[in-house]
Design a protein around this ligand. Structure first.
Ligand code: TMP
Length: 233
């Protein structure tokens, strides 16, 4: 069982949940776990900033408001059990699967689905598997891909202004009461690969996964750069 990096609580208001970001970091599907004091605050602040930015660009999410350093209010949705990954530069599991080294530019961003099932280690699946598993309809699959690409375009632009290459990222979506698809979960250095444009230095959770740096230092760097960008828009 994966240690959860966020906790969800009901609120007095129907359809509104409180998310509390924790200081836990996990890797290898939960086999490695460490606590980094202050990680929850950084991820809450980065996710809140990104969801506000996306909203301004016409992309809605479940985010309602940041209510403390580590908490936000979100709209309750029924989470679709898919991790939707978008890739702009070859890295991570795709580089491994294709037997190529990391860093090759992917001209047409690749969208992938991973089935969220702890017991199976979240396997990579294709559109037909999604339909067979009945986790989303044909129409929803198309919406997920389209939205993932729209989010990618907006985030690529944001991070570029922050001097960061958005290598790849994972998003999750939910269904609202009226059945529409809504961006949910979080977008933070836990869920993105972020490389410095000049040096290719890794500014994301890979520093923990690969034991190559200080997680808090790089998350602070991302937060500071994003704050600078949104201050100047
Ligand atoms: P991958 O290369 O390991 O498949 O990861 C692709 C992107 O998805 C990367 O930015 C990290 C993110 N990701 C998550 O946020 N959660 C996960 O459980 C996995 C496997 C990847």
């Amino acid at each position: 069982m994966k240690a959860r990096q966020k906790k969800l609580y009901k609120t007095p208001e129907a359809g509104v949940l409180r998310v509390a970001y924790k200081d836990d970091a996990t890797a290898l599907n939960g086999e490695r776990r460490e606590i980094f004091a202050g990680k929850g605050r950084r991820n809450n602040q980065i996710t809140s900033l990104i969801f506000r930015y996306l909203k301004a660009k016409g992309i809605d999410s479940h985010f309602i408001e940041e209510i403390s350093e580590t908490e936000q209010l979100v709209q309750e949705v029924e989470i679709i059990p898919l991790e939707v990954v978008v890739r702009n530069v070859l890295a991570g599991s795709l580089a491994k699967r294709l037997g190529k080294s990391e860093g090759e530019l992917i001209e047409q961003p690749i969208v992938e689905f991973y089935y969220k099932e702890d017991a199976l280690n979240d396997p990579f699946i294709n559109d037909d598997h999604v339909l067979f598993l009945e986790v989303a309809t044909n129409r929803e699959v198309e919406i997920l891909k389209q939205e993932a690409k729209r989010i990618n375009a907006a985030l690529t632009e944001l991070f570029k202004k922050a001097g960061v290459t958005l290598v790849d990222f994972k998003v999750e979506f939910g269904r609202t009461k009226d059945g529409s698809i809504l961006l949910s979960d979080e977008i933070s250095p836990d869920t993105c690969r972020l490389w410095d444009v000049e040096t290719n230095e890794k500014l994301d959770k890979d520093v923990f996964r690969r034991n190559i740096g200080n997680l808090i230092t790089v998350y602070d760097e991302i937060l500071a750069r994003l704050e600078e960008v949104v201050r100047n828009v």
